[in-house]
Design a protein around this ligand. Sequence first.
Ligand code: NI
Ligand code: MN
Length: 227
Amino acid sequence: MATLTYYGHSTWALETKGATILMDPFFTGNPLAPVAASAITASFIILTHAHGDHYGDTVEIAKRTGATLISCFEIVNYCQKQGVANAQPMGHGGGHMFPFGRVKLTVAHHGSSFPDGTYGGNPAGVLLEIEGKRLYNAGDTALFSDMSLIGEGGLDVALLPIGDNFTMGPEDAAIAAKLLRARTVIPEHYNTWPVLNQDAEAFKRRVEAATDTRVAILKPGDKFEIK
Ligand code: NI
Ligand code: MN
């Protein structure tokens, strides 16, 4: 059984078969993070894009733990120059089988430059197939109708940004939920700063009134078992 842990904003850990996969490890400077980056271990790190609120502590954690960074070519290239030893560059639309399961990068409509301005390629979403379950993390993105394609193989969990301003807000995320048809949607990228404040309970009511999808609202530090 795979277990998700939410660290606030868009930071997640996925534990499966003895592997810990971090996604967008933003601890330092994340007002919602319940733990410090130094307390985090990982065997893999998946980075959706290069913005500081996602790139975060990637290099520190990767160097300390030896975790393998999985991301697009430009992000991997940049992080290797910062001393990250283990990495697997990928391209959008491409998938790869890792010891824990399959990872595919999907498109996202957003930007992707590093905090120092370096070009980070194009932003991604992530489709994971682990222990027979399928999880989609949309990353930072606008709504796009091809989400219906991403949902075609069936989704157990979809992580969707609802913060508005920089990404989809709750109205568009509710449309995304319709297109994706996941069993469970979990909102992310909200309430980190005042500009991202949203009512997750209202989002839950909106989605559950319109679809068969259930919405699970996680507080930072909460876990969710993907059954
Ligand atoms: Ni971003
Ligand atoms: Mn962001």
